[in-house]
Design a protein. Structure first.
Length: 175
């Protein structure tokens, strides 16, 4: 805000190496700032031209960013602020990605545990992320417990679970 007061009614160019992130999100809120994307590779190549030793530090990189911005402003892309809807969607997509990753991790842990302690259940159920699998394991957590059950009890369980699963699917995907 002090820059806005210092340069009344003028736009201030800011060179950024990233297009997204918390800093970019914070800076796009200010109308007097115009954010330009300066690719890190461009800065690195510019640095090589002026520092053959390859020495790198933040003050030198900042100077190079300003130099690139000053000399090539017409060729740089402006970072446009994303709408609230896009920001919200990006956050939801990230949450979904994390949930999918967590689901896969949990399924892998269950698989490894079954291979060590309950190999039959691992072989009987290919998909470990289903209601039928979870209900089966809750009801019969070991081979010894399954062996004590009558065949008809198992068939009734499988029939009931299959019917419930079918009804749930019909609710989600009505014909």
């Amino acid at each position: 805000m002090s820059l806005k007061k210092r340069y009344l009614n003028q736009k201030i160019a800011v060179a950024c190496e990233l297009k997204k992130g918390p800093l970019i999100h914070a800076l796009t809120k200010y109308n007097h700032l115009v954010l330009f994307i300066n690719r890190p590779s461009a800065v690195a190549n510019f640095r090589k031209a002026f520092t053959p030793s390859g020495a790198k530090d933040d003050p030198t990189d900042a100077f190079l960013q300003v130099e690139i911005l000053t000399l090539h402003i017409d060729e740089l892309s402006i970072i446009e602020p994303e709408s609230a809807a896009i920001c919200s969607l990006a956050q939801l997509v990230e949450y979904r990605r994390i949930l999918v990753q967590d689901s896969g991790d949990l399924s892998n842990k269950i698989t490894v545990t079954l291979q060590n302690y309950y190999l039959q259940a691992h072989e009987w159920f290919k998909a470990k992320d289903t209601y039928i699998f979870c209900d089966f394991i809750c009801k019969w957590p070991s081979l010894a417990k399954v062996k004590r059950v009558k065949k008809q009890t198992l068939l009734d369980f499988l029939t009931a679970i299959t019917h419930i699963t079918f009804m749930l699917m019909m609710r989600v995907f009505p014909v």
